[in-house]
Design a protein around this ligand. Structure first.
Ligand code: UD1
Ligand code: UDP
Length: 363
């Protein structure tokens, strides 16, 4: 019996790892242990219950307005304890969070092989996304299995010196998640509110944007909302108190803008599937929106997901207020511009990434 521990702690990791938990649990010869750091609290538990996944261990590390160092230390020691208690043969971590980096480091210190899911994404800029570019590069130094979502991501790893026979192109497990969550017969009060109007979905949370940069992004949204009041703008606000404060101050008084708490993942995916335009700085939302063919303005200076930009469905517009405003207005007002971007992109996967990863881990 091979014991595989899956270690994750934030909302996006849970969305992308829960389908892998489900797949591994169907395999005979594999024992699955789910260990969550609890880097996120409410936003994590919601995803676990949406996918019907139960954690065998929750380190409950989250603190309000946590610092990277205190978070790192808590996950490092929590993982060390989990390794001592569960004795896994391999530990799968995801992407580029502090949970993934600190968890992988604890495994490395204990001599436990690391499998990196969503390996090889790079912007080439250590300050953006911060600290995620460091996290994922560091994990690559420690990983025995690198599961890359795309050929470009695999190429990045091999150029950095990863052994090609330890790198597999599997697709992104987020596309597996969409197969599970999106369905035809779906309704939601926010969709009823937006019925008959173009619905724009907005998300923003990146650490490097907190402060003036994020305020500029949100002011761009405000200007469009005031000039095009028939447009319905839904912004499920991240639980980071700094994001919530900025969103409420800049957009809170506008009747055509709904600020909600984080949506359950099934609601978010189904609303995304029915939105007209997306504005985001999220990694996962870029992949989901591209797969669903939703014209998306990426409010970041770089993206590690160039495939959707190359396909034309994502546009990296940076973080400058005026540039976001102009691009947003053009997408709303110019039907040709809109239809040139409204094309589903299959670069991020075919919905069977978990099956491929499980096949390799089972050996
Ligand atoms: C983290 C990840 C980032 C990922 C993002 C997904 C790192 C360095 N950052 O950033 O890569 O894109 O998650 O959302 O690992 N909070 C709550 N409840 C929750 C979740 C968060 O109250 O369920 C609040 C807390 O005050 C917490 C703060 O949000 O301290 C920030 O959370 P944290 O995980 O440190 O950073 P994120 O910006 O969420
Ligand atoms: N998401 C969600 N509810 C929301 C907003 C996002 O379930 O209100 C999901 C979304 O579908 C995606 C993930 O959260 O799978 C993205 O998380 P986030 O943007 O926080 O992190 P990132 O992907 O940038 O690391």
């Amino acid at each position: 019996m091979k014991k595989i521990m899956l270690l994750f702690g934030t909302r996006p990791e849970a969305v992308k790892m829960c389908p892998l938990v489900t797949e591994l649990k169907t395999r005979s010869g594999i024992e699955t242990v789910v260990c969550v750091s609890g880097q996120h609290r409410q936003m994590l538990t919601g995803v676990l219950s949406s996918f019907g996944v139960t954690a065998d261990r929750n380190m409950r590390v989250m603190k309000n307005s946590q610092t990277l160092s205190s978070l790192f230390a808590a996950v490092l020691t929590g993982t060390q304890k989990a390794l001592a208690d569960f004795h896994p043969d391999v530990v799968a971590v995801h992407g580029d969070t502090i949970t993934a980096f600190a968890g992988a480091l604890a495994c490395f210190f204990s001599g436990v092989p690391v499998a990196h899911v969503e390996a090889g994404l790079r912007t080439g800029d250590m300050r953006s996304p911060f600290p995620e570019e460091l996290d994922r590069r560091a994990i690559a130094l420690m990983a025995s299995y690198n599961f890359s979502p795309t050929g470009q991501a695999a190429g990045n790893l091999i150029r950095e010196g990863a052994a090609p026979e330890r790198v597999w192109v599997t697709g992104n497990t987020v596309i597996d998640a969409l197969r599970y969550t999106v369905n035809e017969n779906y309704t939601h009060p926010e969709l009823e509110w937006a019925s008959g109007a173009p619905l724009v979905l907005v998300t923003a949370h990146r650490r490097e944007s907190l402060g003036d940069t994020m305020r500029g992004m949100l002011r761009a949204v405000r200007r469009v909302a005031l000039e095009r009041p028939f447009v319905r703008i839904l912004f499920p606000v991240h639980m980071n108190p700094l994001v919530r404060k900025a969103a409420e101050e800049i957009l809170g008084d506008l009747p055509s803008v709904h600020l909600t708490g984080p949506l359950e993942v099934r609601d978010f995916h189904n609303i995304l599937a029915r939105a007209r335009i997306v504005l985001t700085d999220s990694g996962g939302v870029q992949e989901e929106a591209a797969a669903l063919g939703k014209p998306t303005l990426v409010m970041r200076d770089e993206t590690e997901r160039p495939e959707g930009v190359d396909a034309g469905v994502l546009r990296a517009v940076g973080t400058d207020e005026n540039r976001i405003y102009l691009n947003f207005m053009k997408l709303l007002d110019d039907p040709q511009e809109y239809s040139s971007m409204a094309r589903p992109c299959d670069s991020y996967g075919d919905g069977f990434a978990c099956r491929r990863i499980a096949d390799i881990l089972a050996i």
